[in-house]
Design a protein around this ligand. Structure first.
Ligand code: G3H
Ligand code: ZN
Length: 280
């Protein structure tokens, strides 16, 4: 069934858990994520990043429509989220494409400009009935995002975060607490104490980006400390690509793409099941 991101995140937070938000790149990702959520009988968020939209030749519509059908037909609640949006035109398409939420990423802008753009994005989103997430602090490693108003390693400052949420009216805040995007090893060290302090000071849900690089135990601790939405992308790419490599290596004469995409899809589902299990 189709759900709304805000509802899933709130419900997860209320039971001391976190909603898993998984990046969709191909149709196989979406099928695998929904399958894993059904297997675990938990709700899930399918998220499409602006980068993934760019991969789909700039068109969010077709892949979002496929996600929408999978959500409607799933036995478990599935919400659609548009991730890391920097382009106002794409943000404007969110509602008509079936997304119930988006993350507006003004992280490359200086504080004042960040607040101005994010506040405007939140007002537009709210007028369309959408839930809006923003980010404060430096969560590095994003492809095509070398610039940031913050220097590498700069964590989210609780005082600044309180002012930022108040000034922008965002519904959720992605925080810089030690994770980094696109890590292929689980070696990130999280500042769990900072998460707890941010949780105490802010009245909006906290989001962890770059969760692929976080060890399972640290992820559990982060959820206990107050993270309510956990974004995972790279771990799915790793599982998928390793499976494809195995298939192609095992059979140099392989031609039918289903022969390597089916095990790849199973591998993604396995990675999602693992993380859903960690999230509780
Ligand atoms: O917004 C997406 C997530 O932050 C994904 O990060 O690819 O490092 O897991 P990841
Ligand atoms: Zn992210």
């Amino acid at each position: 069934t189709v759900a709304r991101t805000g509802d899933l995140v709130r419900a997860a937070a209320e039971r001391g858990a976190a909603a898993g938000a998984f990046n969709v790149v191909t149709l196989e990702h979406a099928e695998a994520i929904v399958q894993a959520a059904e297997d675990a009988d938990v709700a899930v968020i399918l998220q499409l990043s602006e980068n993934a939209v760019r991969f789909h030749r700039g068109a969010a519509g077709p892949i979002a429509a496929a996600c929408g059908v999978l959500a409607r037909e799933s036995s478990t609640p599935v919400a659609l989220h548009l991730d890391h949006v920097t382009d106002d035109a794409l943000a404007g398409q969110a509602e008509s494409c079936g997304f119930s939420s988006l993350m507006f990423d003004a992280g490359a802008l200086a504080y004042g400009e960040n607040v101005r753009r994010t506040k405007a994005a939140a007002e537009r989103a709210h007028a369309a009935g959408l839930w809006l997430e923003a980010e404060l602090g430096y969560v590095g490693g994003k492809p095509d995002a070398p610039r940031s108003a913050h220097s590498p390693g700069v964590r989210t400052d609780p005082d600044e975060a309180v002012g930022y949420v108040r000034a922008t009216g965002v519904d959720a805040l992605a925080v810089a607490v030690g994770s980094s995007h696109a890590m292929t090893a689980q070696t990130a060290t999280l500042d769990v104490e900072l998460i707890a302090r941010l949780r105490e000071r802010l009245d909006v849900p906290l989001v962890l980006h770059g969760s692929s690089g976080v060890p399972d135990e640290a992820l559990r601790a982060a959820v206990r400390a107050g993270i309510a939405k956990v974004n995972v992308g790279t771990a799915l790419g790793q599982a998928m690509t390793a499976a494809i490599r195995r298939s192609l290596d095992a059979d140099p004469a392989l031609v039918d793409p289903r022969k390597f995409l089916a095990p790849a899809r199973d591998a993604i589902a396995g990675a999602v099941r693992h993380i859903l299990n960690v999230l509780g």
